[in-house]
Design a protein around this ligand. Structure first.
Ligand SMILES: Nc1nc(=O)c2c([nH]1)NC[C@@H]1CN(c3ccc(C(=O)N[C@@H](CCC(=O)O)C(=O)O)cc3)C=[N+]21
Length: 307
């Protein structure tokens, strides 16, 4: 007989996202057949931020798989804020484009909040516009940020009803932490948002039935911060030097999350791996949002897409 606790179940976001993209593709094809509207996504990238490259590559491939139109606008690092705003105005007015995404981070001379709030809220497939943040906060329908939306889909798929569970979110960003808190509150969880100034973060994390790590610090959340059996959602995508010193010296990197996975997997009940967890869900939800935006643009209620 072994007293060893079972290792955590791995939450396969990659597999879930493949299914979700298939459902989006089927729904989009029905929309096109019945209404003559093909969902279109415009992605705007200013400059050459390396962290954005994985996302752009994966997104391009996935958009094609979903049978949607995808335009990419690559602007020079020196593009002015006014030039960028002019492009957004054109995309807002383009009836063939239902989703507009401006890749973050933007160069320092551009004010991202001004840019994000220039996007038509009904085309804001990132859900970053202040109007969509407000809609989410008061429970109105709107476009919801992709990473929290994908994380919630995984949680509901794994756990079913989330009512009454203690959720701790580490990270208070507008793009992940805050909207994740709103979504979990909407599922009747008891939600705590923790951050860099939180006192005794390990002890707080140990109260969590659902622990969402969204701090952007490689492997910060340790195994002994996790309540045995808890569900851990690791939102982090951090590029660090390869574990093999020879490869690291050659400049090879690997991707790790915000959770120390090797320790955490021995304690948690369920956990998302990195890569292959939340990341692919973010992209699938971007396409789901583009499909929904296309439907709403012609006054059609989108088909439900969560499994
Ligand atoms: N306006 C805007 N919206 C975004 O959503 C946005 C952005 N800007 N800027 C950049 C970040 C980054 N991001 C990723 C999403 C998915 C993966 C992803 O699918 N990662 C895979 C592969 C990772 C790997 O192997 O390198 C995985 O986690 O399995 C990565 C990165 C979205 N971002």
């Amino acid at each position: 007989m072994s007293a060893e606790p079972a290792r955590a179940t791995l939450i396969d976001g990659k597999a879930f996202s493949v299914d979700l993209v298939d459902r989006v593709a089927a729904a989009a094809a029905r929309l096109e057949a019945s209404q003559g509207v093909k969902p279109g996504l415009a992605v705007v990238i200013v400059g050459e931020d390396p962290a954005s490259q994985i996302y752009v590559r994966n997104k391009g491939e996935t958009t094609l798989r979903a049978g949607m139109r995808s335009d990419t606008h690559r602007l020079d690092e020196t593009t002015t804020q006014d030039e960028l705003l002019a492009l957004i105005a054109r995309l807002n007015a383009d009836a063939g484009i239902h989703g507009v995404l401006v890749q973050l981070p933007l160069p320092k001379h551009i004010d991202s909040s001004v840019v994000l709030d220039a996007i038509d809220p009904d085309k804001d497939v990132d859900g970053f516009h202040v109007v969509n943040a407000g809609r989410l906060a008061v429970g109105l329908p709107g476009l919801v940020p992709c990473t929290p939306l994908g994380s919630l889909m995984l949680l509901k798929d794994q756990l079913g009803d989330l009512t009454g569970l203690n959720a701790v979110i580490v990270g208070r960003s507008n793009i992940v932490g805050k909207p994740m808190a709103q979504l979990l509150l909407g599922e009747s969880c008891t939600v705590t948002i923790a951050h860099s100034r939180t006192r005794d973060l390990p002890a707080l994390c140990r109260t969590a039935d659902i622990l969402v790590a969204a701090v952007g610090r490689p492997e910060m959340i340790k195994g002994d911060w996790i309540k045995p059996g808890a569900t851990v959602i690791d939102v982090g995508i951090n590029r660090v030097p390869s574990a093999d010193p020879v490869k690291a010296a050659e400049g090879k990197t690997r991707v790790v999350g915000d959770v120390a996975f090797k320790e955490a997997v021995e304690i948690a009940g369920r956990i998302t791996p990195v890569p292959g967890g939340v990341g692919p869900m973010t992209i699938a939800c971007l396409l789901a949002n583009t499909y929904s935006a296309a439907c709403r643009s012609i006054g059609v209620e989108p088909e439900p897409l969560d499994a």
